[in-house]
Every structure is written in structure tokens, then in C-alpha cells.
Design a protein around this ligand. Structure first.
Ligand code: J2J
Length: 542
């Protein structure tokens, strides 16, 4: 008999957030997966036990756990004074700087939900993210990599339902200076572990990226298991190279996992091999995470530094070719770890002490015994072991639906709650997965996921473009590059320069603009009358 009924789990005002059915929730708690702890609790814990230990550094500035803990309280006070309340959303678009991490934990503590945008996102992407999440605030750096983010903020303010607050790290101009947020170091009331913790963006195969809401319980579980598989300890030092707001860097086990273990995080602004090598030697980095194109670049970077502290290198986000895997593993002393994950949940790892065959030829195995994996044919019927099929997954850290997207959810999830990953995989006898293809209409450009439909929509907005198909074609450096195949009206000047300028003017981020344009008199069609991208891929891959 229950003495007290549980109060209802906190919701996100204004957004429909699908969650696990109660029976699963009970089960995951019973199994000890969901513990009732919040993501920020580790900071207070380490600040209590090892206050003087360094938690973060960027090579110039460092914060101890005690300082990080105190700054989280001070920032929470500042966000509160601005008027932000638990459940409110704030779009966070920062490069890899210390403030990224202190802000993230301050927001976790306060219950205000960060929506993580990538530093390369531009007006087009940010407008969508702000509107879809109904965000009330936008946190940016004044400029980074030659771009002034305040320009986006100014454009956002001209929209109906404009965001209420723009907070700027650096030169704030007419906006709120980040430094003014540091307030009183007061304890913050505890947050419910069932409360919304953060929002990331799906790679997207639909017109615009969908929002992925994670709560403390499920996210912390995925991080705890990841940290354990990666054998993290207080001696672990993580070099945060990929954008900090991506699921891989946040949670697999990423910077949150490192801090959970009491380790140290090194924020890396410059992802080039030589800059990373210098940081590894200087800071005694023990592990880091890269996408395949960056890992490949490491093979060619000059090696003037001592890399002996590096125990393992994670590679994921896109398929690592068996050849590059072999070369990485031969040319460096550290262990290679393949990571196949998705912001929607499921993450697979190869074993750090596993055999070479698994390490070089598979993308790992699901990290939790509670992950339910199905590999099915086009009719959702299981295929034989070792045969390629669509990967479906359900589990204690895989979402049950995108935020506020009932129509997409009906397609992306089965009736019994399995997520359709859109990936084609083979499940081997030993339980390891090999990613062999992709069913979703998406280009994976060096780990960056680009929804074909979104770019096609922008292209079709040009009056001279009659038909557009965006496809990925094999590229030796990026894995895939983006190719737009077009049917255009004569005499409208739809050449490469015009189309690139058109996309730029629509605020499309540079890395989402097609690398290559092709023109055809008409596009090939399937029997159903849809554009036959298979034929196009074959034609242009050559
Ligand atoms: C092939 N395809 C892969 C891999 C991801 C850890 C690691 C990566 C992500 C991520 C992540 C792949 N081989 N090793 O969130 O926590 C492709 C698949 C997948 C999609 C997810 C994490 N690793 N992919 O990449 O949400 O197509 O997450 O469904 O950005 O990337 O993309 P994303």
C-alpha cells in the first residue's frame, strides 16, 4: 500500500511531451535504472568531498568543483532574477567555453530547460528551434569563428512572439551581459528527477529538426552506464572537441559523464589535430570523442606531442570505415572505441578490452541490458540473425516520441513504443551491430545530419527551381557530401553561385548548403511517382 500518492511529474507548459507509460516507468525504477537523482547532483557531491579538485579548464582558466558548484548557484540566482522559471526553455548557442558547462549545470539545478543549438546554426535553424521550443530566452557568445551571433538575436526580436531575453557572453551591446547573471550563492530548491532536463535536436529527416526532450532520470541513467562502460574515474580527463551541445559530447559519456565520475573536462575550441595534440599533452587527457572525418584528419596531423596519456579514442556519429578503423588502431597506441548513438536514445559501444574483430568491424553493442532491439524487414517482421534490416529500439533512455509532434510520432514510433531509427543494421550472433545503411532521407555529412527535405524546400523556394532532390554521395573525407539535383526553368540563371546565395540569404547554415549542384531535364521517378533517389545516388556517385 502506498502511503502517499506521488505528485504528478512536472510538465513543459505549452508543449506536448510524450513520456513512458506508467508500467514501464515502474519497471525501470524497479530495475534500478531510474534512481530519482538529478543531473546536477554530482557537482554538489564532489564539491563536498573534493572541493579543490579541478573540474574544468580551457587551458587558461580553470574551475574547481567548489567553484563550479558555487557558480551554478550564482547563475541560478541570475536566471531567476531575469524571470526564468522551471519549465521555461532557453536556447543555448555557445562554442566550447567554460561557461557552456557552468550554464548547463545551473539550468539543470534550476529546472529551466536548455535547448542546445550548434554553433554553426544560423538564422534559419535558430528561428525554427526558438519557435518550436517556445523559448523565452537565447544565450549566445558575442562572436566566434568570425560570426556575430547578436545578428541572429536582432532578427529574432523582429518576429511575432519574440523571445524575452537575449544573454550575451562577451560584448553584450543592447542585450543582457552574461557576467551580470552571477548573483547570490544561495541553495536552490531540489528539482524533481522526473522533470524535463534538456532538449536536443534530431538529425532530422523531415522538413525541420524535431525536438528531443530528455528528463533527469533517463538521461542520467544513460550517462551512468556510459561512464561505467568507459571505466571513468576521478583520474579521467576528457577533451571536449565536438560541439558541447551534441548528445555525444553531453552524454556518451561526454562532459557530464566525466564530471559524474569526478574527473576533469578540458574545453577545446580548435578541433584541428595539432591543437588537440597540444591540449592532450598539456592536460594529460585520457579520452576524447571525434566524428570519423576528424579522426581521419588526426592520422595526417603532425605529431610533435606526447600522447601517452590518451587511453582511448571514441569515434562515432557516422560510419567509420573498416580501413580507417584499422589505420587508427595501427598508428596510435590508444584503444579505439566505436560509438553508434542517436540523440533519441540508444547508444552502442565497442568494448575497451574487446577483440579486434569487434573493434574494427562493428559499431558496438547496446549499452544496457534493458535495451530492446529489433531488426526487421519492410513489413516489421524480424529478419534472421546477421541479415540487414531496419533497427527498432525501445528502452529506459530511448524517447517515446518527439516533443509536440503527434503526426511525425505516428511514423517514427511503432504502436508499442519502439523508435524507428531509420538505420539499416546487421545484428551479429555476438550481439554486436554493424551499421550497413540508412533508410531515412538524410545526408550524414561528416557526422552532421542534414534532412534532405529541408534543403529541398529552401531550393524550391527559388522561382527558377522546378524540382529538387538532395542526396548524399560518397566522399573520401566527409563520408558523404551533399549533392542537390535540380530541374530548373530556362533563363532564370539558376547556377551554383545564385543558388548558394539564395540559400545563404534564407539563413541556411553554411555546412548545410549543398557541396555540389547537378542539373537534369527531369528527375527519375518510382512507380509511385516519388523521386527515385536510389537511381540518382547511383548516377552521381560515379
Ligand atoms: C554509423 N552511423 C552512425 C556510427 C551515429 C553517440 C554517438 C553518436 C551520436 C549521434 C550520439 C554512427 N556509425 N558509429 O547521439 O550519443 C548515425 C545514425 C544515427 C544517427 C544519430 C551519441 N553513430 N550514426 O550521431 O542524433 O544514422 O547522434 O541514427 O546526431 O547518426 O545522429 P545523432
Amino acid at each position: 500500500m502506498e502511503a502517499h500518492a506521488q505528485p504528478a511529474a512536472p510538465q513543459l507548459p505549452g508543449l506536448d511531451a510524450p513520456y513512458w507509460p506508467e508500467r514501464f516507468e515502474r519497471y525501470y525504477r524497479q530495475q534500478g535504472a531510474w534512481t530519482g537523482e538529478t543531473l546536477d547532483a554530482c557537482i554538489a557531491r564532489h564539491a563536498g568531498h573534493t572541493p579543490e579538485r579541478i573540474a574544468l579548464t580551457d587551458g587558461e582558466r580553470s574551475l574547481t568543483y567548489a567553484e563550479l558548484h558555487s557558480r551554478c548557484n550564482q547563475l541560478a540566482d541570475g536566471f531567476t532574477r531575469l524571470g526564468l522559471r522551471p519549465g521555461d526553455r532557453i536556447v543555448v548557442q555557445l562554442p566550447n567555453v567554460l561557461e557552456f558547462i557552468e550554464t548547463t549545470f545551473a539550468l539543470f539545478r534550476l529546472g529551466v530547460v536548455p535547448v542546445f543549438a550548434l554553433p554553426t546554426d544560423r538564422r534559419n535553424e535558430i528561428t525554427h528551434i526558438v519557435q518550436a521550443s517556445k523559448a523565452v530566452a537565447y544565450l549566445i557568445k558575442d562572436h566566434a569563428l568570425g560570426f556575430d551571433y547578436r545578428e541572429i538575436a536582432r532578427e529574432l526580436q523582429t518576429l511575432p512572439d519574440a523571445i524575452r531575453h537575449v544573454i550575451v557572453l562577451g560584448e553584450a551591446a543592447e542585450f543582457t551581459p552574461y557576467a551580470s547573471l552571477y548573483g547570490r550563492d544561495l541553495p536552490v530548491p531540489a528539482t524533481d528527477s522526473r522533470a524535463p532536463a534538456l532538449i536536443t535536436l534530431s538529425g532530422g529527416s523531415t522538413a525541420m529538426p524535431k525536438l528531443i526532450l530528455r528528463r533527469h532520470d533517463d538521461y542520467l541513467y544513460s550517462i551512468r552506464v556510459s561512464a561505467s562502460i568507459c571505466q571513468l574515474s576521478p583520474q579521467s580527463v576528457y577533451l571536449c572537441v565536438l560541439p558541447a551541445g551534441h548528445n555525444f559530447t553531453l552524454s556518451s559519456p561526454g562532459f557530464i559523464g566525466t564530471l559524474l565520475a569526478g574527473g576533469r573536462v578540458v574545453m577545446q575550441a580548435d578541433p584541428s589535430g595539432s591543437a588537440c595534440f597540444a591540449s592532450i599533452a598539456r592536460e594529460g587527457v585520457t579520452f576524447t570523442a571525434l566524428v570519423p572525418s576528424l579522426a581521419q584528419a588526426w592520422l595526417h596531423a603532425p605529431r610533435q606531442h606526447d600522447l601517452s596519456s590518451l587511453r582511448f579514442l571514441q569515434v562515432g556519429g557516422a560510419r567509420l570505415s573498416d580501413e580507417v578503423a584499422a589505420r587508427l588502431s595501427e598508428s596510435f597506441d590508444f584503444t579505439l572505441q566505436q560509438v553508434y548513438g542517436m540523440s533519441e536514445g540508444l547508444v552502442c559501444y565497442t568494448d575497451l578490452k574487446g577483440d579486434l574483430d569487434q573493434l574494427l568491424h562493428t559499431q558496438g553493442r547496446p549499452m544496457s541490458p534493458l535495451d530492446e532491439i529489433l531488426v526487421v524487414d519492410d513489413d516489421d517482421l524480424p529478419v534472421a540473425v546477421g541479415q540487414p534490416g531496419h533497427l527498432l529500439v525501445r528502452g529506459p533512455y530511448t524517447i517515446r516520441g518527439y516533443l509536440d509532434a503527434p503526426q511525425q510520432n505516428a511514423r517514427a514510433f511503432t504502436a508499442d513504443g519502439f523508435y524507428r531509427t531509420g538505420d539499416v543494421v546487421c545484428l551479429r550472433e555476438d550481439g554486436y551491430l554493424v551499421v550497413t545503411g540508412r533508410h531515412k532521407d538524410q545526408v550524414n555529412r561528416g557526422g552532421e545530419k542534414i534532412a534532405a527535405e529541408e534543403i529541398e524546400g529552401h531550393l524550391l523556394a527559388h522561382p527558377g527551381v522546378l524540382e529538387a532532390a538532395v542526396i548524399g554521395i560518397p566522399d573520401p573525407h566527409l563520408g558523404e557530401r551533399t549533392c542537390a539535383v535540380l530541374v530548373v526553368a530556362p533563363g532564370q540563371g539558376c547556377d551554383t553561385a545564385t543558388l548558394k546565395a539564395h540559400l545563404q540569404a534564407r539563413g541556411v547554415a553554411a555546412q548545410r548548403i549543398p557541396d555540389q549542384f547537378q542539373w537534369l531535364p527531369s528527375l527519375p521517378k518510382t512507380t509511385l511517382g516519388k523521386t527515385d533517389k536510389k537511381v540518382l545516388r547511383q548516377q552521381f556517385a560515379a
